[in-house]
Design a protein around this ligand. Structure first.
Ligand code: NAD
Ligand code: DAU
Length: 332
């Protein structure tokens, strides 16, 4: 694949994927991004000139998407409204981008016969009890909890329907919680790191017993590239790296790694409908496609992520005050 359209390439995971493509392939990319509050062109500043074209636009713009899709070998579709808390205060953009936007991409790849990889989330499966021995797998029934996860579930089902009804050449992946560089400060790990840098106490929702299955974003990128190159059309792959941790442990790890007392954080009100636990069984990806994560030591990955935020304050500082003002309005 010589030329790849990356939607949402100025966001957290999309930008890391573009960097991964630059380092591990000879492909060139076209990035299509609306530059919402979550998009930042600075995340792509290091991409070699000549290997990337940046297009500022929306995935719901059918004419633009049709023209861009006609000129590429594959589409990797990251663009989304991605934050659960925002979906609780204002769901509408989630419907427009995640549902109508994905529909628009599907119609273009259908027309031009272009390969699509659709990026999705483990949240489509709902949540697990803390003591449930089961993990999410490709056969777990969909049961989303939030407006965000419901729209991602809807987008996955559209992709499946376009594969079956129209023979679209698509694969889907559902990944667990990512961490790493270039993540917006609204998300859990960067919010706490940047709070500590600013001398503000980290904020833990509720009791903090909620479990997330953390994966380094570069491992997500390597899995997506593997599926793009070797995945079976029509198939869904779960991506995870056995990184289950509860939020309380993560916040305490961050404090200790940043030289603070482990209990110097605040409990704030819980997120309504807060999913309790996510856990991924990535057996299919590992056995059928031979994928393995490179980041198996969470503390080491977290330390590197802290170092990145300490060194890149100019990247995140412009987003910080506005983000905290949004949280203050809902008491979190
Ligand atoms: P993000 O919010 O950091 O980035 C989203 C990007 O999409 C931004 O650059 C934004 O400007 C762009 N965008 C939003 N609406 C658009 C539109 N209508 N048209 C064009 N561009 C638009 O999100 P992220 O965390 O990088 O997530 C990327 C994808 O990965 C999403 O599909 C998300 O559901 C999925 N995902 C995220 C995680 C995670 O832990 N963050 C885990 C699993 C799956
Ligand atoms: O599981 C994959 C999903 O992971 C992705 O689909 C989403 O796009 C991504 O945002 C993420 O969703 P979460 O809701 O799990 O991530 P978030 O970073 O918002 O929160 C992680 C956990 O931390 C969650 O249990 C809520 C909690 N939390 C969050 C914030 C922002 C806190 O305790 N304090 C906080 O300040």
């Amino acid at each position: 694949m010589n030329k790849i359209l990356v939607t949402g390439g100025a966001g957290f995971i999309g930008a890391n994927f573009v960097h991964h493509l630059m380092a591990h392939t000879d492909a060139s990319v076209v990035v299509l991004d609306k530059l919402t509050y979550a998009g930042n062109e600075a995340s792509l500043a290091d991409v070699p000139a000549g290997r990337m074209e940046f297009v500022h636009g929306a995935i719901e713009d059918a004419e633009l998407v049709d023209r861009l899709v006609a000129g590429v070998d594959a589409v990797v579709h990251f663009a989304a409204e991605s934050h659960n808390d925002n979906s609780l205060s204002n769901p509408r953009p989630f419907l427009d981008t995640n549902i109508v936007g994905t529909y628009t991409i599907l119609e273009a790849v259908r027309k031009h016969g272009v390969r699509l990889h659709h990026i999705s989330t483990d949240e489509v499966y709902g949540d697990l009890e803390l003591d449930d021995p089961a993990k999410f797998s490709e056969t777990t029934p969909y049961n989303p909890s939030s407006p965000y996860s419901a729209t991602k579930a809807g987008s996955d089902l559209l992709v499946r329907a376009w594969v079956r009804s129209f023979g679209v050449q698509a694969t889907i992946s559902n990944c667990s919680n990512n961490y790493g560089p270039y993540q917006h400060v609204e998300k859990f790990i960067p919010r706490q790191i940047t709070n500590v840098i600013r001398g503000v106490r980290p904020k833990l929702y509720g009791t903090g017993e909620n479990v997330r299955d953390w994966i380094h974003t570069d491992d997500h990128s390597s899995a997506v590239l593997r599926i793009l190159e070797r995945g079976e059309i029509g198939q869904t792959y779960l991506i995870g790296a056995n990184g289950e941790r509860n939020n309380k442990d993560v916040i305490e790890d961050i404090l200790v790694l940043m030289g603070q007392p482990r209990d110097s954080y605040d409990h704030v009100s819980d997120r309504p409908g807060h999913d309790l636990r996510y856990a991924i069984d990535a057996t299919r990806l590992r056995t059928e496609l031979g994928w393995e994560p490179a980041y198996t030591d969470f503390e080491a990955g977290l330390k590197a992520t802290i170092d990145w935020y300490v060194a890149n304050e100019a990247w995140w500082a412009p987003q910080k005050d506005e983000t905290e003002a949004k949280y203050a309005k809902v008491g979190r």
